[in-house]
Design a protein around this ligand. Structure first.
Ligand code: GAL
Length: 812
């Protein structure tokens, strides 16, 4: 059973996770009723402190995302060594230029009727950015270091039964503590769990599926418990909630109850069939009273990593078609939101992506739940630094004291998710250099193994030569290479594992809808408008364009997949413009910060989505002033050949071939001269028959606004969001790809305006203002539900444009 603390009046809404009311264990999410302030008040933890002037907020909350953008925030003057820089320069947008530095206080007053003498209480943080200091009823009860960690505090002796409690949390973000926008505040759930004294240890149950016995899957359950002479009954339910297996008793050793249960003819979990079972475990005292109950979702799947053969999922060799994701959700900042995460995964699913790497830290529980449900494999990462620094105030300050605790909590809290198929103990840690680093790599890997013997551990390595020499790479379960396509062969031969993971690949840069001429493949290219070209030929000195990874993925069976940097643009790290203001977010995304696909999306889709056809033309065809000039046309498609026509005139047939990586994966007409009109592509199947067509047209002036919601029915829970893509078309309905009109948004009815984002990495417009300029003809408006059901209207208008309205239903 879950309780959600709803309002200042402490009215409760009950959510039953199991459908049955049980009193043994209760979770109360502290969502509303928070007060927040950035004032530095050292006594803000005291019970008498007056917070009437503090802002009312709900959690998850990110105090910094509301801006304004300012280049002075966390301006880092540094040489980024891992990028090969020697001389320090001013990096303005490195952490997003948002006001995340400083101290913030949160306070919440709550009472918990379920808590009585003899019960246990835990206070759980799923992430607090950062360095949380926690006070209950005026007394300090705990603290943590890393802002990405999950942790809990036993508050049994400090929680008051039958009266109000005051929780105060102080958070501090130091300057120079991150390489990207970390967010700020209580950006993930905070909850209180009430249990009987005899109970299941928090995060102490581990469900694995070691083998098949004939037609039956063996399900192995180990539950750590508090209490003596306890016994456990487990029911395994299928996705339709039918009980398919039951087990009573089990062997108890060292306070751990061990059961093995067989599930006949199991539905196997995979990205294509993300089938989930639920294990309902009940804990009984010797006298037969029920003490605790858990409902744990799990999947039945078998993972294997084999030399030269690669990774197989339940017997099927599978390559990771993965993306790296930072945790921020663009205009929502770091505040976790399930609708935003689900939208990201929906977009990635359409691209054919099957795996996520949570770079470079612990994923949210919400993201893992969705990956289980929607079918994504997961590489759960932990750290971007160990004991040696990348940034002055980075994780190295905590490594000694916290690294083991952080890994233990990561593994224990998430190991029942079938989506997780690998752990990562670090990303490009400077400890790749030196003997101490080798020891640390082994120490961390051993901790992962101790907590979870079923999954391998990798490190994303960029110092590949050094790790070949030191033994660092050889000791890892899975050697992960970040970029370094030229070293794959050598690494494969040198490392003993017989396989290589592209733990981070590509880092191609592009801005949605922006194209630069002449079209040439280059590195570190900068333009006056601080944008990068969407011909997808620009990368960084250390990185490469997508096609170079494709060659390795396709030709080498021992390359087990790739995680592209990145699935979506993120706040901060505006390479190649990290010294150029006002660049403040990345250019690496396959989709932009608003979640709108760039051209690159279709390049990956043409390879990864094997079920649907892709036939995508670039660039757009609005090039007033370029008449007669060479304007190459690329087509991203899974078809092998196609003919291109400009205003009905054939530009010839192109066929994919192995002469260069680009010619292998793209169809390119490099000599097309621009003339306004229609560009049409006709694709052929393997028999040379016409299989599909697509066309784009030159647009006239913007005339009308068009709205398209990703979901027209949302949940009236105060969290759900409909993402409405806003674009403009000309009089004939042709999309205007270069429009930059400023638009205004109004939301009425049972919802609120939450934010907008246009994907322009140089925009200083504030996400939550109700106006914004289009970027390359598009932007996205986020409409949020309230707790009232009803109809929500979004109206969008702009000067000299026909306005548009859309209705969204919000249901209980
Ligand atoms: C990698 C690093 C990422 C990001 C990326 C940009 O070296 O692991 O966090 O900085 O480069 O290309």
């Amino acid at each position: 059973m879950k309780l959600v603390l709803k309002s200042i009046l402490f009215s409760f809404v009950l959510i039953f996770s199991s459908g049955k009311m049980m009193s043994q264990s209760t979770t109360i999410i502290l969502k509303d009723n928070w007060r927040f302030s950035k004032e530095v008040k050292e006594d803000a933890f005291s019970v008498d402190f007056n917070t009437s002037k503090w802002e009312k907020v709900s959690v998850p909350h990110d105090w910094a995302i509301y801006g304004p953008f300012d280049k002075e925030w966390d301006k880092q003057v540094s040489a980024i060594e891992q990028n090969g820089e020697k001389i320090p320069t001013e990096k303005t947008g490195r952490t997003g230029s948002l006001p995340h530095i400083g101290t913030g206080w949160y306070r919440n007053t709550f009472s918990i009727p379920e808590f009585k003498k003899g019960k246990k209480a835990l206070l759980i943080f799923e992430g607090a950015m950062s360095e949380p200091q926690v006070y209950l009823n005026g007394k300090k009860i705990g603290e943590w270091g890393y802002g990405y960690s999950y942790f809990y505090i036993d508050i049994t002796n400090d929680l008051k039964a039958g009266s109000e409690n005051l929780l105060a949390v102080k958070l501090t973000n130091l300057p120079f503590s991150s390489r990207w926008y970390p967010g700020a505040g209580l950006y993930r759930n905070v909850s209180v769990v009430i249990k009987e004294e005899e109970n299941f240890v928090q995060w102490g149950t581990f469900i694995t599926t070691p083998e098949m016995k004939g037609d039956n899957a063996v399900v192995d359950i180990k539950s750590e418990v508090h209490g003596s002479d306890m016994s456990m009954i487990t029911e395994i339910k299928d996705a339709a909630n039918n009980v398919v297996a039951t087990q009573k008793g089990g062997e108890t050793k060292n306070q751990t109850i061990h059961q093995t249960i067989e599930v006949a003819k199991p539905h196997l979990w995979s990205p294509e069939t993300p089938y989930l079972y639920t294990a309902t475990t009940k804990l009984y005292a010797a006298d037969g009273t029920l003490k605790d109950e858990q409902n744990i979702k799990f999947g039945i799947r078998f993972i294997k990593y084999e030399a030269n053969k690669g990774f197989s999922l339940s017997g099927k060799v599978t390559k990771f078609k993965g993306v790296c994701l930072h945790h921020d959700l663009g205009p929502l900042g770091a505040a976790v939101n399930k609708a935003a995460l689900r939208r990201q995964l929906t977009i990635l699913k359409d691209m054919g992506c099957n795996a996520i790497r949570s770079s470079h830290n612990m994923p949210s529980f919400e993201q893992l739940e969705l990956a289980d449900e929607m079918g994504f494999m997961f590489l759960a990462e932990s750290f971007d630094e160990w004991a040696k620094p990348k940034v002055q105030n980075g994780y190295h300050r905590f490594f000694q004291e916290y690294a083991e605790k952080d890994v233990v909590n990561l593994v224990r809290a998430t190991r029942n998710h079938p989506c997780i198929v690998m752990w990562s103990s670090g990303n490009e840690v400077p400890d790749q250099w030196g003997a101490e680093g080798v020891k640390r790599a082994r120490w961390l890997q051993d901790i992962f193994h101790r907590e979870d013997p079923t999954r391998p551990v990798t490190v994303g390595m960029d110092q590949v030569k050094a790790t070949m020499e030191s033994g660092f790479g050889a000791l890892l379960d899975i050697p992960g290479l970040n970029y370094r396509v030229h070293l794959y062969e050598e690494a494969y031969k040198t490392f003993p594992q017989g396989l290589i993971l592209g733990s981070e690949t590509a880092s191609t840069v592009s801005s949605r809808g922006i194209y630069k001429f002449p079209v040439v493949q280059t590195k570190n290219k900068e333009y006056d408008d601080f944008q990068s070209s969407s011909y997808d030929l620009e990368a960084c000195s250390w990185s490469n364009v997508p096609d170079e990874d494709f060659v390795l993925q396709d030709d080498k069976p021992w390359v087990i997949g790739e995680f592209v940097w990145t699935g979506f643009d993120y706040l901060g790290e505006p390479t190649p413009y990290d010294e150029k203001w006002p660049s403040r977010s990345s250019y690496f995304g396959i989709s932009d910060l608003a979640g709108l696909p760039k051209d690159r999306f279709y390049l990956y889709r043409s390879r990864w989505n094997t079920k649907e056809k892709t036939l995508h033309i670039l660039p757009h065809w609005n090039w007033k002033g370029r008449e007669g000039e060479i304007t190459p046309v690329f087509v991203y498609t899974n078809y092998d050949s196609a003919e291109l026509f400009v205003n009905g005139k054939s530009m010839g047939i192109q066929k994919k071939n192995n002469s260069t990586p680009q010619n292998r994966y793209r169809l390119m007409w490099n000599d097309v001269k621009y003339e306004p009109g229609t560009v049409k592509v006709v694709a052929f199947d393997s028999n040379g028959k016409i299989a599909a067509e697509n066309e784009i047209k030159t647009a006239g002036d913007p005339y009308r606004i068009v709205l398209e919601a990703d979901r027209k029915t949302i949940k009236a829970d105060g969290d759900d969001i409909s993402f409405v893509t806003v674009s403009v078309v000309d009089k004939n309905g042709i999309p205007c790809p270069t429009a930059v009109n400023e638009l205004e948004f109004k939301v009425t009815g049972a919802g609120t305006y939450r934010a907008a984002c246009n994907g322009d990495a140089t925009s200083l417009e504030i996400f939550h203002d109700n106006k914004m300029k289009l970027f390359s003809g598009k932007l996205v408006v986020l409409v949020k539900s309230t707790k009232q059901s009803g109809s929500i209207q979004l109206e969008v208008k702009g000067d000299n444009l026909e306005k548009a309205k859309i209705s969204i239903k919000s249901l209980k």
